[in-house]
Design a protein around this ligand. Structure first.
Ligand SMILES: Nc1ncnc2c1ncn2[C@@H]1O[C@H](COP(=O)(O)OP(=O)(O)OP(=O)(O)O)[C@@H](O)[C@H]1O
Ligand SMILES: [Mg+2]
Length: 232
């Protein structure tokens, strides 16, 4: 049996004593791309924060490569976890090349993933387009050859072609390096094209889960959780 790259087991977490996510079970195997879907406020970012070690569980546990982890994010990062947060993380004053270097990413590897960054390699991060900045962010995260990639809304606000390019790169990385990827995405249809499996959260719990193929044929059910998900 495969040992999951990362796993949430009965995981509950929140920002005080009250749990915002409750009894979450998520498995990401090596080489898998798994989408985490759900309406605004469903608890996706809270789940990612807890998996990354930024937030401590109130109950349950996070397992990395089969072992319970209580380590903070910087230790998990050293051990092969890359976390792309909701906040933009390109350093605006540094060139593309230096952004890659400070992220300890292999520059050649990163350019292999996104050849279009090559002609922008000496340009300051702040002068890149929004799409290029997100390519750089992803290239930096993947250029470290992580065993686990957690990516929160990588493609927010970007044009469909760039969304596709980012998702393709994630798919490629999982296929070629065996990284396990958990991806929060608002572009549901696109995400399901590239993912192997998906979980749909609503109000702090996992409401639906299945193979991407199965869920792609149940888009109306997924959308129903979005409409029912909003807090009144
Ligand atoms: N720092 C915080 N302190 C207190 N409550 C928070 C904090 N961050 C988020 N929450 C609450 O936790 C719940 C889940 O939020 P979370 O950010 O995990 O949702 P999300 O699914 O990522 O939403 P979005 O799609 O808008 O990014 C929401 O009710 C939110 O108000
Ligand atoms: Mg979020």
């Amino acid at each position: 049996m495969t040992t999951p790259a990362i796993e949430a087991r009965n995981l509950s977490a929140g920002y005080g004593k009250e749990a915002v996510i409750r009894s979450i079970n998520i498995v990401v195997n090596p080489g898998e791309v798994v989408a985490l879907l759900g309406s605004n406020g469903a608890g996706k970012t809270t789940t990612m924060l807890t998996l990354s070690g930024e937030l401590s569980p109130l109950d349950g546990e996070v397992l990395i490569d089969g072992k319970v982890s209580k380590a903070p994010l910087h230790i998990r990062a050293k051990n092969g976890l890359s976390y792309v947060t909701e906040e933009k993380s390109v350093i605006m004053g540094l060139s593309t090349r230096d952004n890659l270097r400070v992220g300890k990413a292999d520059v050649a590897e990163a350019l292999k993933l996104f050849p279009s960054l090559e002609k922008r390699i000496d340009v300051a991060g702040g002068s890149l387009s929004g799409g290029e900045q997100q390519m750089l962010t992803l290239a930096r995260a993947l250029g470290r050859k992580p065993k686990v990639l957690l990516a929160d809304e990588l493609s927010m606000g970007l044009a469909p072609l760039i969304v596709q390019r980012l998702l393709q790169a994630v798919r490629e990385a999982a296929d070629t390096t065996g990284a396990g990827v958990l991806l929060v995405e608002q572009h549901v249809r696109q995400a399901l094209k590239y993912a192997d499996r998906a979980y749909v959260m609503r109000r702090g719990v996992v409401e639906l889960e299945g193979s991407a193929k199965d869920l792609a044929s149940r888009i109306d059910e997924i959308e129903a959780t979005y409409f029912a998900g909003a807090k009144d």
